[in-house]
Design a protein around this ligand. Structure first.
Ligand code: G4P
Length: 528
């Protein structure tokens, strides 16, 4: 296949949702269509959450929360799809935000019973900031959910996005009869547990007044459907794919992931309209996906995918050119050449060594401590991909070593976990106190658990009264030095030695900002 065609057939996206909306279930159904896993029955009997294809870590099984972002690659109708799963839990939002930098579009799952929830809101905001194209899937139509039009209004209002319905449901809950595909003009009847390849439930309808619609839905529902279609057709017209690609309009689908219903309608539209790999900004220039030379960046680092081995995997998003096994590439930050003899492609737990990869692909690289989030690989040029965010933590704790014999292991563990982006590490200014900053409480538990399991280090955390970390810069070095010295109790260095102010409260922070006009306070630091 030609180089251009390799890129054109790739679609890389993430599924996002509030926990429990059905992200994992939908992922499993996608894999089913892609032939990447066996039958729907087999998936069910395996109990998705207990040993899910998309869940890597033991801790995830214990808690039932997707901690790790996993990558799954599958083929569907000649397309090669890279699906990046994201943890829905808010304490791991930072991981999700970074994943959003590695994809070209997003599928947002909304629970039809609960409507828009906290994480739906936060995650959509990040998508909007980046103008990421979004497809919305309203899930759990087999339950008595909110009225379809109320839901649409709620989503549009609360998420500040414009929807474009692609399917329309006929009832919900026990009266759920199916969806009408406004684009393809066919009616898909609902039978629970439809097989992935079952076409018999699809009825082509050229004319909605066809009596077959009444025969299948009953007179009342047939009439409601006709009214809905007329109303929607009048308001929305045809989807403008360009508006979707610019992130202005979100195509909307209804279905039931657990019943594998309405999923195929979405997947078929997805491959038709979702963007192929997009250009990316760097510190030098915009890199086109079909540029001749390879480039890519690390957006995630994960340790111990297999608890039996101490492997650490860096996730590389290929942004241009062709990535090849055993070829030397330039590691920009370390200014050294590195090569990879066993690059992986992902099928969740099973990993296949690959010979090459193209723009849009995610490659797993064995890492022996060379990588940090945001690192760039090129064929020799010095630049970094930009826009990979590092957020200001919201909870701060001092790390206390419970076993002095294991200090080395603890230090190594903390260093590696913070390289992975699990948390941020600050060292007290002029001192040795180690402070961990996270966006959520759960991350502290993950750190404690992983330090013990993976490094044999036993730690405790002591709460600190800080509420925000601000990165400091100033044209006047002396002023900055003085500030750090005077405010020693509140001053720290991040892992890269950058000065940071840890504010106790908003009031203190605002006072310092007012009193120190020569110093700039930054709330998020972009890694580059
Ligand atoms: P998440 O990854 O977004 O957190 O959600 P997940 O797929 O794990 O789904 C959360 C729960 O919602 C699961 O039930 C799942 O079976 C259920 N679910 C998903 N899609 C649908 C749907 O279309 N209709 C209905 N009624 N339920 C759906 P659970 O009881 O938490 O887990 P399990 O014991 O069924 O695995």
């Amino acid at each position: 296949m030609s180089y251009e065609n390799e890129i054109k057939r790739r679609k890389s996206f993430a599924i996002i949702s509030h926990p429990d909306a059905g992200k994992t279930t939908l992922t499993e159904k996608f894999l089913l269509f892609g032939g990447a896993i066996q039958t729907a029955g087999a998936v069910k009997s395996n109990k998705i959450k207990k040993g899910a294809t998309s869940d890597f870590m033991e801790i995830e099984r214990q808690r039932g929360i997707s901690v790790a972002t996993s990558v799954m690659t599958f083929e569907y109708k000649d397309y090669l799809i890279n699906l990046l799963d994201t943890p829905g839990h808010k304490d791991f939002a930072e991981d999700t935000y970074r994943t959003l930098t590695a994809v070209d579009s997003v599928v947002l799952v909304v629970d039809s019973v609960n409507g828009v929830e906290e994480q739906t809101r936060r995650l959509t905001e990040v998508c909007r900031m980046r103008d990421t194209p979004v497809i919305v899937f309203i899930n759990k139509l087999d339950r008595d959910g909110k009225n379809r039009f109320d839901l649409m209004e709620e989503i549009e209002k609360e998420l500040n996005i414009t929807l474009h319905p692609m399917t329309i449901p006929i009832n919900s809950g026990k009266d759920f009869k199916g969806v009408y595909n406004l684009d393809k003009k066919n009616l898909v009847l609902f039978t629970p547990n439809t097989k992935a390849d079952d076409e018999s439930s699809r009825i082509e309808i050229t004319d909605l007044s066809d009596p077959v619609v009444n025969a299948k839905l009953g007179d009342k529902d047939a009439e409601i459907l006709r009214e809905d279609v007329e109303l929607i057709g009048g308001v929305y017209g045809d989807l403008d794919v360009d508006d979707y690609l610019k992130g202005k309009v979100a195509p909307l689908f209804f279905g039931s992931a657990v019943n594998n219903f309405g999923v195929k309608e979405m997947l078929d539209s997805f491959i038709a309209i979702a963007p192929t790999p997009l250009p990316r900004e760097t510190t030098a220039r915009v890199i086109e996906p079909n540029a001749a030379k390879f480039s890519g960046f690390i957006f995630k680092i994960h340790a111990n995918l297999d608890p039996k081995h101490r492997d650490r995997i860096a996730f590389l998003r290929v942004c241009s050119g062709k990535f090849e096994r055993n070829k030397y590439y330039h590691h920009v930050r370390l200014n050294k050449d590195v090569r990879f003899s066993n690059p992986y492609s992902f099928m969740a737990r099973s990993k296949d060594v690959i010979e090459d990869a193209y723009s849009g692909d995610v490659v797993g690289l064995f890492d022996t401590g060379n990588f940090k989030i945001g690192d760039t690989l090129t064929e020799g040029e010095d630049f970094y991909f930009t826009g990979i965010p590092s957020f200001s933590p919201e909870i701060f704790k001092e790390i206390v070593n419970k076993d002095p014999m294991k200090t080395k292991q603890m230090d190594k563990g903390i260093s590696q976990l913070t390289d992975e982006g699990v948390a941020q590490l600050f060292t007290q200014y002029g001192g040795t106190k180690k402070i961990i900053g996270c966006v959520g409480e759960l991350q502290f538990e993950v750190i404690q658990y992983r330090l013990l399991q993976e490094y044999g280090a036993s730690v405790e955390f002591r709460a600190l009264p800080f509420y925000k970390a601000c990165w400091l810069t100033s044209k006047d070095n002396k002023k900055l030095e003085d500030f750090l010295r005077f405010k020693q109790q509140n001053s720290a260095e991040d892992k890269d030695g950058n000065p940071v102010y840890l504010a106790q409260s908003e009031w203190f922070l605002n006072t310092e900002i007012t009193n120190n006009p020569e110093i700039e306070f930054h709330f998020t630091s972009e890694i580059h």
